[in-house]
Design a protein around this ligand. Structure first.
Ligand SMILES: Cc1ncc(COP(=O)(O)O)c(C=O)c1O
Length: 306
């Protein structure tokens, strides 16, 4: 990390090394925070960065805050502006990961009443290349961990405490020699990856789990549903998916801000079709990468140029 990297906390820009919280911070003890993961994609040809769907990420952050009773002082537009200013200050000329964090900043440990705890907002921006290698299909494992149900912890927004499950699942998968984990719901149907939504294709029909299958309502998921319609004339079917349907799929791919569009070539040591990146996934990846790097004039409204 560059020594002169800037972050935002306490209502102002500060050097990243000075952006600190105390050991008593509530969110550190109980996971009482909501975060976002946003990508700024560097376009070499344009010599510009394009931030993908900035507004939608802050809208989701605010939805999470309302569930966790975090009252933020600014509007979505103002948080977008704070982000743009911090990007300009840092002046990264490469892909970046933008991480807003709204949290219970009260230094009060023995208090479980959200409405009594004051709130804080922080923003950091880090250089961020690829999270998963998108050029080749990855190997996945069905996790022994289940995706929590919304009645246990809200699943449609990014509450930090919820990520313990994702982290246990990812760690288990990687330590067993796989690239990624697929989490099932408690009833054995498919939910999502540890940090990605899941799509499968069978006989030309694209399906993905529904909102009530406890998956995060991914912004990449939403973008892919739109791109599939616009460029491939395909309506994505949102429905419950059985575990064994995945073994018999023609193509499986994962979507997420960090993972982009990633082909799954193998699940639980079974090849998906011939194990190679499927035709649709390959074509979608091309459309998607053009779109997130500001090279698709149809969707420039999804990109904030820095
Ligand atoms: C658990 C989980 N599911 C899905 C996603 C994909 O969401 P998005 O496309 O908004 O990044 C993410 C990443 O944010 C995630 O953490």
């Amino acid at each position: 990390m560059k020594e002169n990297t800037w972050a935002y906390i306490g209502g102002k820009q500060v050097k990243l090394v000075d952006a600190k919280v105390g050991i008593m911070t509530h969110a550190l003890h109980y996971g009482t925070a909501v975060f976002e993961g946003i990508r700024g994609n560097w376009n070499n040809a344009h010599n510009k960065m394009y931030v993908f769907r900035l507004r939608e990420h802050y809208e989701r952050l605010i939805r999470g805050c309302s569930i966790l009773r975090i009252n933020l002082p600014y509007s979505v537009e103002e948080y977008c502006q704070i982000t743009i200013e911090l990007l300009k200050k840092n002046n990264f000329q490469e892909d970046v990961y933008i991480r807003p964090l709204a949290f219970k900043g009260a230094e009060m440990v023995a208090n479980l009443k959200l409405h009594e705890l004051e709130d804080e907002f922080a923003l950091i921006i880090l250089p961020f290349g690829s999270y998963i290698d998108n050029d080749k299909p990855i190997r996945c494992q069905t996790s022994s961990w289940r995706r929590p149900e919304d009645a246990i912890m809200p699943t449609g927004v990014k509450i930090t405490g919820l990520y313990t499950t994702s982290i246990l699942a990812k760690t288990e998968a990687v330590m067993a020699g796989y690239d990624e984990a697929i989490l099932l719901n408690n009833d054995g149907t498919v939910s999502e990856g540890s940090g990605e939504n899941l799509f499968m294709i069978k006989d030309g029909i694209i399906s993905t789990p529904t909102e009530t299958d406890n998956c995060l309502l991914g912004i990449t998921r939403d973008s892919v549903i739109e791109l599939a319609k616009k460029y491939f004339n395909k309506n994505v079917v949102q429905r419950r998916i059985h575990r064994s349907e995945l073994y018999l799929a023609d193509e499986i791919f994962l979507t997420g801000t960090a993972a982009h569009v990633t082909s799954v070539g193998e699940l639980d040591n079974r090849k998906i079709s011939d194990g190679k990146i499927g035709e649709f996934t390959k074509n979608l990846q091309k459309r998607y990468f053009d779109t997130v790097t500001g090279a698709n004039s149809d969707y420039l409204n999804w990109c904030t140029k820095i």
